[in-house]
Design a protein around this ligand. Structure first.
Ligand SMILES: [Mg+2]
Length: 202
């Protein structure tokens, strides 16, 4: 039995693809960026600045990020939790297992989203300038430290290869959200629905 479950947010708890598409459309309209949404979306899971570097966008990053974040915040109501998320989290909470979030979404949007859930998270990690983002293990390690739990007692649930890499590098077990935005990962336990999660950890 695990004592702490860490979730990625987008593609695991939150169905935010349409929100991202709309925010990216605003970036395309207001900046010189011309890469299609699909190119951006293929890289999500990493901090925004890292995605821009991968796309070869190396000018005006802060302005572009601000435009994207502001637009995404404006459209945030269109992002909804995947079916079964509220029930699964309530079941885990009632069993006494702690929960946390390790996301590449910035702190203001993450807090606004998580405030809609009736869950007290032991730790919430968003990118900052001090530590490396996923696939580096930094925020997974900090999350465990904040929650007061060991790697052996922790499970990470993600949907992108970057999540799996961060979990491996932090020394924690990983379960793949099959309903998310990433490709399946070979030889990794895949959950087909979040309703399978309580049985998987309890
Ligand atoms: Mg994700």
């Amino acid at each position: 039995m695990k004592r702490l479950v860490l979730f990625d947010l987008d593609g695991v708890l939150l169905h935010s693809q349409e929100n991202m598409r709309q925010a990216w459309d605003v970036v395309l309209r207001k900046t010189a960026v011309n890469r299609p949404f699909e190119d951006y979306f293929a890289l999500i899971g990493r901090p925004f600045k890292d995605i821009m570097a991968h796309l070869g966008v190396n000018q005006d990053i802060e302005r572009i990020e601000k435009i994207y974040m502001t637009a995404s915040f404006d459209f945030l109501a269109q992002a909804t939790f995947f079916p079964g998320v509220r029930d699964a989290l309530a079941q885990i909470r009632d069993s006494g297992v702690k929960m946390g979030v390790v996301t590449s979404k910035d702190a203001p949007r993450t807090k606004a989203v998580l405030a809609q859930l009736d869950i007290r998270f032991a730790t919430i990690q968003s990118p900052n300038d001090k530590f490396r983002g996923k696939p580096a293990p930094d925020h997974v390690l900090i999350a465990m430290a904040e929650a007061g739990e060991d790697p052996a007692d922790t499970l990470f649930v993600g949907d992108m290869e970057t999540d799996w890499q961060a979990a491996c590098r932090a020394g924690v077990d990983y379960a793949h959200a099959g309903w998310g935005y990433g490709e399946p990962i070979k030889s990794v336990h895949t959950l087909h629905s979040i309703s399978e999660l309580p049985n998987h950890i309890l």
